[in-house]
Structure formats: C-alpha cells, structure tokens
Design a binder for this molecule. Structure first.
Ligand code: ADP
Length: 165
C-alpha cells in the first residue's frame, strides 16, 4: 500500500537541508506533501505565497510531490490529507526536545498517524533557515546552502527591506 506522508515546516526559505529530507523521503513514501505552515506568530521573512513559490520552483516535477499550505492544527491537516506519516528532520540535540513534545502531542490527538524523523544529511547538519537569513541579512554568501533562486530572492528581499520597501 502506498504511504502518504506530510512534511510540514515554515520553509522560510527552503534550504538544501529541506531538499535532502524530501529526496530521501521520496525513496520511502508513495506521496509526499510539503506543507507550508502559515505561522504568523513566527513573523516569517517571506510571505506564504513566496515560500510556496520558491518550493515549487526548486522541487522536481515529480507527480509524487505536492506543495500545499495549512493553517491551524497539523494533525487536523494530516487527517484531511489521509496521511499515515508526519515527516520531520532532525539535526542536533537542540531540535530534539521540541520535536519530541510535538510528536507526542500529535500522537495523543491521533495515534494512527506516526511522526517519523529522518537524520539530517551529513553536509546539512549545520543548515537552518534561520542561519541562512542571518548570513544573507548581513550580505554574506549563501551559495551552495540554498538553491540559486532562493539566494537571489534573499538578496532582493534584504535589499528591499533596507530601502524601506
Ligand atoms: P519549523 O518551523 O516547522 O521547524 P522548518 O522549515 O525550520 O520549519 O523545518 C521543517 C522541518 O525540516 C523540521 O523538521 C526541521 O527539523 C527540518 N529541517 C530543517 N533544516 C534541516 C536540515 N538542515 N537537516 C535536516 N532537517 C532539517
């Protein structure tokens, strides 16, 4: 039976760390929905539309991948999608506590949906959207850490913010 998985996150913006998890996830799951969380309380740098656009642009045209977004409870969304699995990536110990709490809370709400963790790729362990934004905001190079299109969007975004746009 084909397993449907949801990979939720802020993707603000998408990095090679995310893309690595998606590629490896596709080797296991029959359908993978990359679900962009609205997350207004996190004050994302990029709008929901921009985050989705970047994902759509950099992901392979593979019929097994879908880009979507969701608001509200992740577990409700996963149920609506008919997902069996919530896929998350793990980098360092620092990711663990939050992920652990969230996985247990989600299981409490629906124990038929499993949260599965995939270890980061060895070249991606230090990579986070937050760090990428910090580097880009100070004019540093993020080449090789995010797709070129994302690097360009970051540059344009910070230039725009600087100019008060
Ligand atoms: P969130 O705000 O939900 O943490 P992120 O976009 O930061 O959203 O991350 C989405 C998921 O991808 C999380 O499970 C996160 O741990 C994972 N992730 C992000 N960067 C990496 C990376 N470099 N390697 C492995 N997993 C990652």
């Amino acid at each position: 039976m084909e397993i449907v998985a949801v990979y939720p996150g802020s993707f603000d913006p998408v990095t090679y760390g995310h893309l690595d998890i998606i590629q490896r996830g596709l080797a296991i799951f029959g359908q993978l929905t990359v679900a962009v969380a609205h997350n207004p309380h996190k004050s994302p740098l990029f709008s929901l539309k921009e985050r989705r656009e970047m994902l759509e642009a950099v992901l392979d045209r593979d019929p097994r991948i879908e880009v979507d977004d969701f608001d509200g409870l992740l577990i409700d969304y996963a149920q609506r999608k008919g997902a069996r699995v919530i896929l998350r990536g793990l980098r360092a110990l620092s990711d663990f506590e939050y992920e652990f709490q969230m996985a247990l809370m989600n299981r409490r709400q629906d124990n038929s949906i499993e949260t599965l963790f995939m270890m980061t790729g060895e070249t991606c362990s230090f990579l986070s959207s937050k760090l990428i934004k910090e580097i880009a905001s100070m004019g540093g190079s993020v080449k090789g850490l995010v797709p070129d299109l994302v690097a360009e969007r970051l540059k344009a975004k910070f230039l725009n913010l600087k100019e008060g746009g």
